[in-house]
Design a binder for this molecule. Structure first.
Ligand SMILES: [Zn+2]
Ligand SMILES: [Zn+2]
Length: 127
């Protein structure tokens, strides 16, 4: 693995919440490491292809994949308040979706599975 890849992976490993390429650039800068955001973006795209990380469209950030050895679609529940992100996979859910697509004669090319809401901790703060 090249130096920029290792540095970006380290940042993702340390964080629970989704981050943008600019966030990563700032975090690296604080550690005295300079990477331009184009490089970071390229590294992130590669990680997404390799399933090492995922792009979360609803919040526009990237997270480290926590289920790399699991089959099936990786799904997310993202807290809109603290940004904590739970990743999970559910084979039965995938099968159900495939069945629905089959019944519609639909060919799925891009699959997004993100739920946005409040995590257990943030929900407790609410009256
Ligand atoms: Zn994943
Ligand atoms: Zn939360």
């Amino acid at each position: 693995m090249t130096q920029p890849r290792r540095q970006v992976l380290e940042v993702l490993d340390e964080l629970q919440e989704p981050v943008s390429p600019y966030n990563i650039q700032e975090i690296l800068l604080k550690k005295g490491k300079r990477l331009n955001h184009v490089t970071i973006y390229r590294v992130l795209s590669l990680f997404c292809q390799l399933n090492l990380a995922h792009k979360l469209s609803s919040v526009g950030g990237f997270v480290r994949c926590k289920l790399s050895d699991k089959e099936g679609c990786h799904r997310f529940m993202i807290c809109r308040q603290c940004g904590v992100c739970h990743e999970f996979a559910d084979e039965a859910l995938c099968e159900k979706e495939k069945e629905i697509a089959r019944n519609l004669g639909f060919c799925t090319e891009l699959h997004l599975a993100e739920s946005v809401g409040l995590c257990r901790n943030c929900k407790q703060d609410k009256p």
